[in-house]
Design a protein around this ligand. Structure first.
Ligand code: GLC
Length: 419
């Protein structure tokens, strides 16, 4: 094994807190939803039991209505704001009250496909399947109550891309007043120049206050929120997850469940089609409050390929857009179009390369007949991690690693790319 793979495995082991993995020590001291899906896939390359455990621990945070929260606070920590008191939810173990991109069914399927004939894989998958189904039902009921085919994201944290320029216009309408005093911990761990700004945090917390005030009731949240977006990444990841759940349903579910999932797949496929933006040459978000498309290209806009939701023409155009970006930066895939005035190569989701995005984008490029570009994205990802270590993210202009060190999901992707 190369040093870098040994290091990746050691990173996952070191961030293990007893069956669940923290994204990184101190900066993120709990279990995060989509991080853990990637972490489970990473563990599956060398410890199947531990991979299943990651998913089982995340599901301990699932609510009765099917919501899978974005954070599960398994054990207290003072290193992170906002903690359980600010969320004010009633679940045990404590959780946040919003969600994150639903990668979990895709992770479960990958794990089952590799482990199917070994150990207790059948029994463990059979136990997980109903929770995944309940979660996908929640997405439709809570986030697409009018059955438009697109699910809504109600907080930038739900997109996993906290300060993406895709949210700028919509966030400008969110008040900066909060009833919760803001006590940021992140800027004590990391250079503030790399983190979301103060005013972003005020708006993030304003939204949390707003949802807590309606007792986390999905219908009231949907109605009350000043931020309601159709995110091309969340919708594409959900569509891909539904496809993976359908395969699992053929083994673990009933015929009516398969038909139900197929119905949601049809709806989401049509919905994502409406996010195609010909001016940008990618899928872009739409503001559902005033029905306005976002006009800046971000890496989220490549994930329709991962969902196999693109026409031949759209795939070719999206690949051309990405090739254009490659002419401006040394490493793919920058999280924001490097030609955009919003591009900031070190500030979180406004420019840096994120390994998990690269993994999904490369899968999507392969699925849409762009193997060379897929290989380029994978090679860049490996080169970045091997040079800088499993950092939180990377500067696309010079490859420097930034943010938190010894990051779990980056390590997980390094392991997946070795296979
Ligand atoms: C940040 C990222 C989010 C991730 C979390 C834990 O909030 O924006 O995507 O899940 O950190 O790594």
């Amino acid at each position: 094994m190369t040093d870098s793979l040994t290091d990746a495995q050691a990173t996952l082991r070191a961030n293990d807190r007893g069956g669940y993995t923290v994204p990184t020590a101190r900066l993120y001291p709990f279990q995060w939803n989509w991080d853990s899906a990637f972490v489970a896939m990473g563990f599956s390359t060398f410890d199947e039991d531990r991979a299943w455990r990651e998913i089982e621990r995340l599901l301990q945070g699932q609510w009765a209505d099917g919501l899978l929260p974005h954070i599960v606070f398994h054990a207290p920590s003072d290193d992170y704001f906002p903690g359980p008191d600010t969320w004010g939810t009633t679940h045990t173990p404590p959780t946040s009250g919003i969600t994150q991109p639903p990668v979990l069914a895709t992770a479960a399927r990958l794990l089952f496909d590799t482990a199917m004939h070994r150990g207790d894989a059948q029994a463990r998958m059979a136990a997980i399947y109903p929770a995944l189904l309940r979660n996908h039902r929640w997405w439709q009921q809570a986030r697409d109550p009018r059955r438009t085919g697109l699910v809504a994201t109600l907080h930038p944290w739900e997109s996993g891309m906290d300060n993406s320029p895709a949210w700028d216009r919509a966030m400008a309408r969110v008040p900066t007043s909060t009833s919760t005093p803001i006590r940021r911990r992140d800027t004590g761990h990391i250079d503030p120049a790399m983190r979301p700004r103060e005013v972003d945090y005020q708006r993030f917390i304003h939204l949390v206050d707003c949802f807590r005030a309606v007792a986390w009731d999905p219908a009231r949240m949907f109605a009350a929120t000043p931020f309601r977006m159709a995110d091309p990444a969340t919708n594409a990841i959900l569509l891909r997850a539904e496809q993976d759940l359908l395969v699992l349903a053929q083994r673990f579910g009933t015929a009516p469940e398969q038909a139900e999932i197929a119905g949601r797949i049809a709806g989401l496929s049509a919905g994502i089609g409406t996010l195609w933006n010909n001016r940008v040459g990618l899928w872009t978000a739409r503001d559902l409050i005033d029905d306005t498309p976002v006009e800046v290209g971000t890496s989220a806009g490549l994930l329709a390929l991962f969902a196999r939701a693109a026409s031949g023409e759209q795939s070719a155009r999206a690949a051309a857009t990405l090739t254009g970006w490659a002419g401006r930066v040394r490493f793919l895939v920058p999280s924001t179009d490097p030609a955009s005035p919003c591009f900031e190569p070190l500030r979180y989701w406004r420019g840096p390369v994120w390994a998990v995005m690269n993994w999904m984008i490369a899968e999507g490029l392969d699925a849409s007949g762009q193997p060379e570009l897929a290989a380029r994205v994978r090679a860049d990802t490996v080169a970045l991690i091997d040079a800088a270590g499993p950092m939180e993210y990377f500067d696309p202009t010079d490859g420097k690693g930034a943010g938190g060190t010894a990051f779990s999901w980056t390590a997980a992707i390094r392991l997946l790319l070795a296979n």
